[in-house]
Structures are given as C-alpha cells and as structure tokens.
Design a protein around this ligand. Structure first.
Ligand SMILES: [Zn+2]
Length: 414
C-alpha cells in the first residue's frame, strides 16, 4: 500500500541545481568542503527554505543541521531522513546533496498535501561526511551516535591549515536562527538516499538499490624481519629473506581470498623494505593490508587466515612476523524490518529493486548503532563518484525521492 501523494520532481531537480551553484567548479562539479564558508552558505540556504515553510530549525554542538516537521505526538522519537551537504574537493553535485534535498522534498510534499503524520519527521544534514578536509569522515553522525565530541577533535588541523574547533564555532555562529539542541537523541528510524557510487545498478538497469548493510574494514600492518646480508656472498641456505616470505604469503592470499569469496576485499597498498639497498638482502619487509567484508565473522576469519599464511612462510625463511591492527570498523547490518518497508513501498510505487551491500562508508553506518537505519541507492552514470562528472539521471533522482516519501509516510505512523 502506498499513499496517494507524490513528490514535486521539478522542484527537487531545481533545488539540486541551486545547491550545485554553491562551490560550483568549472567542470560542472562541486567543491564545498566541510565547515568552509561555502558549506555555511549551503546550510543557510537550506535553513532559509525551511523557515519559509514554517519548519523548525535546530543545530547541535557538532553543527549537524535538523529541520523538523511536527507530528500529532510530538514527544514520540522522530523519524530522521537526510544525508550530508559537504563535498570532496573535486566532488560531484549529487553525493550527499541528493539525499539531503530529497529528504527536504519529502517534508515539503507532505506539507503541500496537508498530510499529518503521527510522529515528527526531521531532515538532517550531517557535518563532515567526506572527511577530506578534516579526518575522519562522518564526524557529525558518529558524534551524534556517541553523544560526544572526542576530546582531540577541536585541535585537528585541516588540509588548508584551519583548526577544527574554530571552524566549527564559526559554522555554528553563522546560523544564529537555528535553535541549539544537545548532541544525540532518541530516533525512531533513519533513512538515507544516496547515489550508488558504483556501477551495479546501472549495469543491471535497476532504478533502486535496497542497501542491506555497509561492509566492515580492517587495516593490518605486517612486519616480517629477517637478516640483511651480502647479495653476492650469501648462499641460499644461509639467507633469512623477509621479502621472499612476504611475496610467497601474498601470492597465496591473492590467489585465494578474493577468488574464493566474492564479498571479500583484499588489498595491499604499500610495501617497504629496509635497508633498501640493491645489493643487500633486506632485514625487514613491511606491508599494509586492507580487508573488507559485510560479515564481521568473515573479517575475523580472513584475519586468522592471513596471519597463519604469513607465519608459515616466515618460518620457512627463518624470519619473524609481527601484526598490528591500525583500524577496525565493524560492518553495519541494516534491520530486515526496515528493508521490508522499503521493498513494499517500492512495489507500491512500481519501482524495481535489488538488494546490495554498500562498499563505501555512509552516515547510516553510525546512526544504525543507535536506531534502525537503512539506505536507498540510485544509479549513477558509469559508477562515477568523488568526481566532477558524477551524474544521476533526473528520472532516477525522482524515483529515489518518491520511494523515500512513501517509506517515510509508512514509518511516521504511530
Ligand atoms: Zn556521500
């Protein structure tokens, strides 16, 4: 069942154009990095549009921006819908803006149709999703979920020399009309529309991806140590060559990890040897390993397999191996109940869907820690994103927002 109401597609497409002017680049993209003057301009524009429609505007201490349309029961936790407004330095006009403006279009469509909902609906624009000016990414949604801003953040220095604490304060001060609220709150559920940032929907000619979760990432630092020795005088039986051990282990892992599991990702991005002389056996070989998988148990299994393989090969070369975990982001699994709501709404709207895992991080990963969350993906041309040429066809923009509207109406019930 879907409600007899639709979004205003022309208005949404117009808004996307309007926001793409803020930080527009010569090649048709957007450079609107987090907490810059341009980011403030986009936030102000959205807050102004909200005020015109009579919606309440709030911000929290990490400058997440909220636009609230009240419901019959204003004490019930709100349904949250949105995304982010910041971009990559050579970013596209859809990454983030699409989800935020689709959410705002849902609010306006409900207002136009005079539909009252049981619970309040809030549009959110999360702060610094991209993480390119200030790392890490998803600062707004992670602080919201943890109900705290980590003590070290205010001193973080941006790629352009700006200090996070100063930029955050100026951003908050630039929107005095937004009432200040505490960090974090009870949330009924969270929905986010986003471009896929990959080629799979376009390839299958399907307009909607129902995202089942976001894969987890673990980074390992591997050090294999042996003994440096003369390249000319050291016979094979005397060598303790850590590079040989590493190459042997990696060769096995390359030919097993991804070929045996299509959900697994295994990437070596950096290898270094010491002392690095052309005529010496290395004393030390170091590499980084990036493993990703939607299943947390599979990440642990992969980790064990990798360590075993390295130990074996190091032993064969009479070398030692040490592992250090430098980053660990568990996967998010979105609740089945919410996925079913999205699929039913898509069916009622006549939109074909397929389930998929997100390879990239999103704010929904963090919000899912405190409230049931889910994402709607729409196709983007050639799977291109974080690129000025990023493009999503108007029909897909409208489909994503239409599905968000119908799912929102369903979830805003009692
Ligand atoms: Zn994004």
């Amino acid at each position: 069942m879907t409600a007899d109401i639709d979004i205003n597609g022309a208005r949404l497409l117009g808004r996307l154009d309007q926001f793409a002017e803020i930080g527009a680049t010569a090649r048709g993209g957007v450079n609107r990095q987090a907490l810059t003057e341009l980011d403030r301009e986009a936030r102000s524009l959205l807050a102004g549009l909200a005020a015109t429609r009579g919606f309440a505007v709030f911000q929290d201490p990490v400058a997440n921006l909220f636009i609230r349309r009240s419901g019959r029961d204003d004490r019930a936790p709100p349904l949250l819908i949105g995304s982010h407004l910041d971009s990559q330095p050579a970013g596209g006009r859809f990454d983030g803006a699409l989800g935020t403006l689709s959410a705002f279009e849902v609010l306006e469509s409900l207002e136009d149709a005079g539909i009252e909902t049981d619970r309040a609906i809030e549009v959110v624009a999360w702060t610094n999703e991209e993480g390119c000016r200030f790392a890490p990414g998803c600062m707004g949604s992670s602080a919201f979920s943890a109900r705290a801003i980590p003590a070290e953040w205010p001193d973080f220095v941006a790629t352009d020399g700006a200090v996070f604490g100063d930029e955050l304060r100026e951003t908050l001060e630039a929107l005095p009309q937004a009432a200040m609220r505490d960090l974090g709150m009870p949330v009924h559920a969270y929905l986010e529309v986003h471009i896929e940032q990959g080629p799979s929907l376009e390839k299958d000619d399907i307009p909607i991806g129902i995202v089942t979760g976001i894969q987890g990432t673990r980074w390992l630092q591997v050090n294999v140590s042996g003994q440096t020795a003369h390249a000319g005088t050291t016979a094979l039986s005397y060598r303790r060559d850590p590079l040989r051990a590493m190459i042997s282990a990696l060769d096995t892992l390359y030919s097993t990890v991804m070929p045996q599991d299509e959900s697994a990702r295994f990437t070596i991005g950096r290898i270094e040897v010491e002392p690095g002389a052309i005529n010496a056996i290395p004393a030390l070989a170091r590499c980084t390993i990036d493993i990703r998988h939607p299943d947390p148990l599979a990440i642990n299994r992969l980790n064990v397999t990798i360590e075993q393989c390295f130990r074996e090969r190091a032993e064969a070369q009479r070398c030692e191996v040490l592992f250090k975990r430098s980053f660990d982001m568990p996967p998010a699994t979105f609740p089945e109940k919410l996925l079913t709501v999205l699929e039913r709404a898509a069916e009622g709207t006549g939109l074909a869907t397929k389930r998929m895992v997100s390879g990239a991080f999103h704010d929904a990963l963090f919000v899912n820690r405190i409230a049931p969350s889910a994402m709607i993906f729409v196709p983007c041309r050639d799977g291109l994103s974080h690129n000025e040429a990023e493009y999503t066809a108007p029909g897909h923009v409208v489909s994503g927002a239409r599905l968000l509207l119908q799912s929102t109406i369903e979830l805003a019930k009692g």
